[in-house]
Design a protein around this ligand. Sequence first.
Ligand code: SF4
Ligand code: SF4
Length: 728
Amino acid sequence: MSSALATALTVIAAIATVVAIVLFARTLTGMVRTYQGGQPTRRSDNPGQRTATLLRETLLASRLKQQPVGAIVATAHWIVLVAFFVLFLTLVTAYGQLLSPDFVIPLLGHFPPFEWLVESLAWLMVLSIVFLIALRVSNRPDSKGRNSRFFGSTMWQAYYVEITILLVGVCVIALRAMEYALGSSKGESWATAVHFPFTAWIGSWFAQTPDSTLETGIAIVAFIKITVSLAWLITVAAQPTMGVAWHRFLAFFNVWFQRNADGRPALGPLQAIAVKGEAIDFENIDELDDDASLGVGTIGDFTWKALLDVNTCTECGRCQSQCPAWNTEKPLSPKLLTLALREQSHAAAPWLQAAADQRSNLHEDVLGIAERQLIADGDGDPWAQTSGGVMSPDVLWSCTTCGACVQQCPVDIAHIDHIVDMRRYQVLMASEFPSELNGLFKNIENKGNPWGMNASDRNAWIEEVDFPVRVFGMHGEDEIPADVEYLFWVGCAGAFEDRAKQTTKAVAELLHMAGVEFMVLGEGETCNGDPARRAGNEFLFQMQAMQNVEVLNEIKATKIVVTCPHCLNTLGREYPQLGGNYEVVHHTELLNSLVDDGKITAVKPVARTVTYHDPCYLGRHNDVITPPRELIGDTGASLTEMPRHGKQSFCCGAGGARMWMEEKIGTAVNKTRADEAIATGAQTVAVACPFCSVMMSDAVAAKQQDGGAEGVEVTDVARLMLQSVKSD
Ligand code: SF4
Ligand code: SF4
């Protein structure tokens, strides 16, 4: 190889390297300063556990395995990830090869295990990336429309990243093959198949090639490899919103700083509303500054972790493909929402990066962008920013808080936290929310339940059963008697909604038959506050929760059984935020354990085929997946699963206070889910939530009115169990 060529390639590579590193460092610094401009929040508790979570999620790719082809995709992605770091050493080698084609990293270069690792990773990376490209091509939005999980993703960026990886892999293989050929020609002892296990066969094609040609070839391919890598680095630096590339760096931090140190998804309890990192309640709200914002109205109201969250999005679309709103033609896609917030964070970067006391001095254009409302009416396109808002109210209010997006996200983005924070602002600061919620809030505030029923009707169901039910206070109790094992929290639906009342009565009867001593609060119960909290009315939630916690603590409640997954989640996992700590179980868990203990015995098998609809707040949010299925098995019924079940279940459409909002856009979520249940051919759709019961039975009834779903019934698992326990 001529020395002039070697010098020219080396100089060009050196200049390009400096430029790329400077540009990358400048962008990275700017990004970090942008995130620092967010509101404070504490996310560094249990550093050891956080590190273990990071290692587990990275090395086992645990989040990527959830989909049907997830294990293959996870493996391919894992190989590319590992290769990205290990093959960095081949980039170091390439720099040396510009000047000396024989260059190897001292000590490591001819160490066989290292060479095996490099060669096997290079081949596997090439195969993996070809597979991932094929997957993307076969799932293109221009052919599949909204059904493609890549709809709305920036496709050129993904292809560019993938082609870069492919080229790097091909360069590594080509270099190794030519190194073998050159070494063989020179009679080097290391030029054997032991050192080149997967490339010697290619190298043997160049056996007749002159050494000088091989040396020039090595230098040129090394230069191409360096150029491809630097072009990627410069492109990434120039495109700070290129999530498909940036997640490779940001995901490690986003996973480490996620809400739960142990890696549980950000599901279940919501976090308390906070201002400047401090939780706000009735006691400290008066201490707030006059201009304090409750919830999130503009991008600067988000915490630094939320800003990191939205910037870590890989645009993979796994959240979108599972979202019930997106799958029923609503404007909400958790991915598009995330990307819109990411774009806004970059647009407002000069404001976020400025010192707090200097922000008001910024140019009016910068201030205009920073003050842009995140939620505002558009001109028909929910994502158009022409009206001054980042997204339309229909986007925000379409969410059922089902958690499918959070469950799926491979980089632990907490969509629900962000959506609820934006709802809080709309309700508490802007007073802009769907008009139907006015009725919900008033009913909870004035009557203590979403239906606006009288508290005196809470015990109506007791008059319809033929066994005694103990009501707290009826005999002058001032705390739960020692012989009462469970407080049965009936819930508003369980007391007032006809179908849910059937479940309440069935559970009470089964507990009575099993000899479990229980007691209900009767008129002492009031709404747990879940719908208010999910609708953004945090203070109405706190009012309800504080009232309930006060009562429950006063009567010394310890063990509580509920029939509603929303009660399970709120009483069991949100009330600890307000000093209420109870052992709360869902009725399917308790009944299942009573069957296991032989206290309930099925005597008459249910001769029907059953499919089970997992309520989001039972399965995904609270991990109760097996007990309802075991109970169904105990009834003797045969269970047929829907394609989407367990943690991948599809919402009924009622969560996130959607139960009390009109569904004006797209297909009804409950009808989509009912169609899936009916398609299994099951005669019974079993549910374990009063809201799912309403949504599913309404949808099945509508189907039956149109002449379909003949003979299909919707019933709670407890009612099925009661059928099989009663011999008559
Ligand atoms: S919580 Fe459910 S409805 Fe809301 S954005 Fe996520 S997937 Fe969609
Ligand atoms: S939010 Fe998560 S699941 Fe959704 S596209 Fe981004 S990385 Fe993928």
